[in-house]
Design a protein around this ligand. Structure first.
Ligand code: N01
Length: 529
């Protein structure tokens, strides 16, 4: 058995596409296996109404090619899902990527064969592909979570999941609709579903914080200015924790006089978007500071929502930014509509889904269509769906039974020549995904090139290096308030999932520095054979 490819890449989202491009550029042979019919990953599947990225479009884009940057025109401050998908398709065409992407195929199994240091990758089309490296590019939020609510299969009408939306779209005009969940996907889709539907019932388990997007068409002068200064903007972004070029107010909230604090929050609220959390430098470090920001937003709910009881239910009580902050266009305003009902299921879960709706809090709610905006088995879900087997046939599932452990979020002990783009233990979901993806892809491509130059067949992290990295990931997580709530960051949304803070919260600059130091140290922490 000889490897007929250098690498199999799993997934043709932004990570898989760029990985293919980079490997080709270095003269490696690679094939991408993609379950969908097209490229785009997250942006291929998440087609729910109102889906858009809440990182500004000029920043949520590739930076590897100045030509690509200059030729592509974003039209809105926050790009819609169709526009981002168009961009992904443009990149696939521009770099002629499709000829090495096999669509409508799922990788079912990948096993490392020690006798010849290669991976055997099996697909649902019955293929067995032999490659020296496997690179996972399956996304962090790509395995939809369908909660086990009793009776779900009995619902007579159509059920849609926001993370796997019908490609032909759904028209709710004249229909009654039930939505379960109030995370980012729900917060984006609810205002639009409410405009279409005859009636909408929203089932809310946890009230969420959201900041207005103030989305708008991009001013051509602004675009010209961004394009003229793209390099500097990207460079600045890489010095900031989330890899997003935004202004961080480097002072403590609690040490700032109240009037100035409120001015700062109001300014950020009026500007809109995720930069609200950069109003002060300790919002995720200090309870009291956090409470000032949380209370500012709670006041907004009370101002916006007219019915005091509804406002009370919608008012979040937890730490702001602990679950991922949302960005919306008219979310709380939607609950002032006469055709929208909010059901508080905080203390009592939905009893059951019935053929005609749902039973909750002792009452029956009826609707024609059900929308599950119930999120994802984040960070590890997609990886563990594939039967990945390393040395001695051990499975990744077994290896991570107490939570994921990686070296740099990129590699796993016992799984040689496996790279996990934006894997657990890397900054990934806490950052702008595009620069994080590009940094991982560049690191992997350069690593493979270095191995080829040195004549090395196998790279694998050393157990001590992995352990030290995991201790570090855990200890920085404990410093922040983000690790303290029941979020998908800690796997709390999936019953039975080990509770571990999965992403690396030390910030992109520190992470990049560490990755570069590892290379400068001759791939420190890895065994090369
Ligand atoms: O999923 P979520 P999402 N009964 O997990 C509720 C990214 N994203 O798809 O909070 C009742 O946030 C659950 O309740 P609770 C972004 O990173 C980005 O909205 O667990 N309710 C919650 O309200 C985001 O964070 C963008 O108590 C149940 C909701 O379902 C991530 O994807 C847009 C339930 C799930 O919220 C995930 O967002 C969209 C049950 N059994 C997504 N099970 C942008 O860039 C779950 N829930 C804009």
């Amino acid at each position: 058995m000889t490897a007929n490819l250098d690498a199999v890449i799993i997934g043709a989202g932004f990570a898989g596409m760029y990985m293919l491009h980079r490997l080709r550029g270095k003269g490696f042979s690679a094939r991408v296996i993609e379950a969908g019919k097209g490229v785009g990953g997250t942006w291929y599947w998440n087609r729910y109404p109102g889906a858009r990225c809440d990182v500004e479009s000029v920043q949520y884009s590739y930076q590897f090619s100045p030509e690509l940057e200059q030729e592509w025109e974003w039209t809105e401050r926050y790009a819609t899902q169709p526009e981002i998908l168009k961009y992904a398709n443009h990149v696939a065409d521009r770099y002629d990527l499709r000829r090495d992407i096999q669509f409508e195929t799922r990788v079912t199994r990948a096993e490392f064969v020690e006798t010849n240091n290669s991976w055997v990758v099996e697909t649902d089309k019955g293929q067995r592909i032999v490659a020296r490296f496997v690179i996972t590019a399956m996304g962090c939020l790509s395995s939809p979570n369908t909660p086990k609510i009793p009776g779900l299969a009995d619902f007579a009408g159509p059920t849609y999941h926001t993370g796997n939306w019908p490609h032909e779209g759904v028209d709710f005009t004249g229909k009654t609709v039930g939505v379960i969940g109030t995370g980012s996907s729900a917060i984006q889709s609810i205002p639009i579903i409410a405009q279409q539907a005859r009636h909408l019932t929203v089932f809310q388990r946890t009230a969420n914080y959201t900041i207005p997007a103030h989305n708008r068409p991009l001013d051509p002068d602004h675009v010209r200015e961004v394009k003229a200064n793209y390099r500097e903007m990207r460079k600045r972004a890489k010095t900031l924790p989330a890899g997003i070029d935004l202004r961080i107010n480097n002072v403590s909230a609690i040490e700032t006089p109240e009037e100035e604090r409120r001015r700062q929050y109001q300014e950020r609220w009026d500007y809109g978007g995720l930069g609200f959390m950069a109003s002060f430098n300790d919002l995720l470090l200090n309870d009291e500071s956090n409470e000032t920001a949380a209370e500012f937003v709670r006041e907004k709910v009370r101002e916006i929502v007219k019915d005091p009881r509804t406002a009370e239910i919608l008012t979040p009580t937890n730490i702001i930014g602990c679950k991922r902050l949302c960005v919306d266009s008219g979310y709380w305003e939607t609950f002032n509509r006469p055709n929208v009902t909010l059901v508080d299921i905080r203390d009592e879960p939905i009893e059951r889904i019935t053929p005609t709706g749902a039973r909750a809090r002792g009452q029956d709610y009826t609707f024609d269509c059900l929308v599950l905006a119930t999120g994802f088995d984040a960070m590890t879900g997609a990886l563990l769906k594939v039967d990945i087997r390393g040395r001695g046939g051990i499975s990744l599932q077994e290896t991570w039974s107490e939570g994921p452990k990686t070296y740099l979020g990129l590699t796993v002990v016992g799984f040689p020549n496996l790279f996990t783009i934006t894997g657990p233990g890397s900054p990934s979901v806490l950052t702008n995904m595009l620069p994080s993806i590009e940094q991982h892809v560049d690191w992997i491509a350069e690593c493979m090139e270095a191995l080829r130059t040195k004549g090395v067949a196998v790279i694998e992290p050393e157990p001590e290096a992995q352990e030290a990295w995991n201790v570090h990931v855990g200890s920085v997580a404990n410093i922040t308030l983000r690790s303290t709530c029941s979020s998908w960051y800690v796997g709390a949304n999936i019953p039975g999932k080990p509770r571990v803070f999965m992403p690396y919260i030390g910030g992109l600059p520190a992470y990049i520095e560490r990755c570069e130091a590892v290379v400068a140290g001759g791939y420190e922490g890895f065994s090369l054979t």
